[in-house]
Design a protein around this ligand. Structure first.
Ligand SMILES: Nc1ncnc2c1ncn2[C@@H]1O[C@H](COP(=O)(O)OP(=O)(O)OP(=O)(O)O)[C@@H](O)[C@H]1O
Length: 300
């Protein structure tokens, strides 16, 4: 028997918590990559997750999407705890893209999107082998939906091209289309504009707004601050695995702890304060000694 559950997930009512992560901690041996992080995404929101390299952003995404089982904490999607398996998380309604492009390079653009539909189709083994009317109907519906998505991202004319022949920016778009093919209620984007030129970045911004307008909430990791602050309703900042600040773009941009974290300067109570103070004291001492050294004036 072949069935196809093609319907797009109904948008969650505005204000409903689509995603709720509570007390998420992820340890790798002695390293705590994510520490006690709470984060939620409401229906209709675009939320940004930023932080310096190694802050724990991708690890946190992996905890949300079942790739990692958090050492502590829980993750709920529309009120239900997510199962610790990535394909089940996708089936529940959470889709993602990866920092490094993960397309099937030797498959066509259309086929890549069709792969993304597998959690929304239930093609039985015999149905696929016998290729009866049910199978053909399901296949036709899937292709139609995949073509709609390609149109949405502007790649419908390249449906038959091999993925590997697409320019970089289009490959990134195709990844988004493939994620959308699972009909998610929440889309997680991991550095969607990495390696893009300014025009491609602007186009991605428009695409994310269009996705939100379709009723899909978005959580996005990105290093491009202009992109994040233009796009997001709310931004959370991770530093050394902990959530440092969360708020609207203006609040986060104006927070001196965030600036300090990015510039690598110490902020109050930051780990390493003592070491910095020690280095500064040693430098000051060295300067005093040099100034007092004989012959100093002649050197100037
Ligand atoms: N599987 C793993 N095993 C051990 N350590 C890991 C693992 N994955 C990540 N880490 C460590 O956890 C910390 C957080 O890494 P993560 O990749 O989540 O940071 P990030 O904020 O996404 O960084 P970037 O912006 O550079 O992508 C780093 O110290 C990293 O080395």
């Amino acid at each position: 028997m072949t069935t196809d559950t093609t319907t797009t997930a109904a948008p969650a009512p505005t204000g409903e918590k689509v995603l709720e992560a509570r007390g998420v901690t992820m340890r790798f041996g002695g390293l705590t990559a994510v520490r006690n992080v709470d984060l939620h995404v409401n229906a209709g929101e675009i939320v940004g997750l930023i932080g310096p390299n190694g802050a724990g952003k991708t690890t946190f995404f992996n905890c949300l999407t079942g790739l990692y089982i958090p050492t502590e904490g829980e993750v709920r999607y529309k009120g239900t705890v997510l199962p610790p398996k990535s394909f089940k998380v996708t089936a529940a309604g959470v889709a993602r893209t990866f920092q490094n492009i993960r397309l099937f390079a030797n498959m066509t653009v259309l086929e890549n999107v069709l792969v993304g539909r597998h959690t929304r189709t239930k093609e039985g083994f015999w149905s696929a082998v016998l290729r009866g009317p049910g199978f053909h109907k399901a296949e036709a519906t899937s292709r139609e939906r995949a073509m709609e998505l390609l149109e949405f991202i502007g790649l419908e004319k390249k449906a038959d091209h091999l993925a590997r022949n697409l320019p970089y920016g289009e490959q990134r778009k195709l990844e988004i289309a493939r994620a959308l093919a699972s009909e998610p209620g929440l889309l997680l984007l991991d550095e969607p504009t990495a390696g893009m030129n300014p025009q491609e970045t602007r186009a991605t911004e428009e695409l994310v707004f269009a996705i939100r307008d379709k009723g899909i909430a978005v959580l996005v990791i990105e290093h491009d601050m202009r992109f994040i602050f233009n796009l997001c309703d709310r931004v959370a900042v991770l530093v050394q695995g902990e959530k440092l600040v969360e708020g609207d773009s203006a609040t986060v941009q104006g927070d001196e702890r965030v600036v300090a974290a990015y510039l690598g300067e110490p902020f109050e109570n930051a780990p390493g304060d003592e070491e910095v103070a020690e280095v500064e004291a040693a430098e000051a001492k060295a300067e005093t000694t040099t100034d007092a050294a004989p012959g100093k004036e002649n050197d100037r």
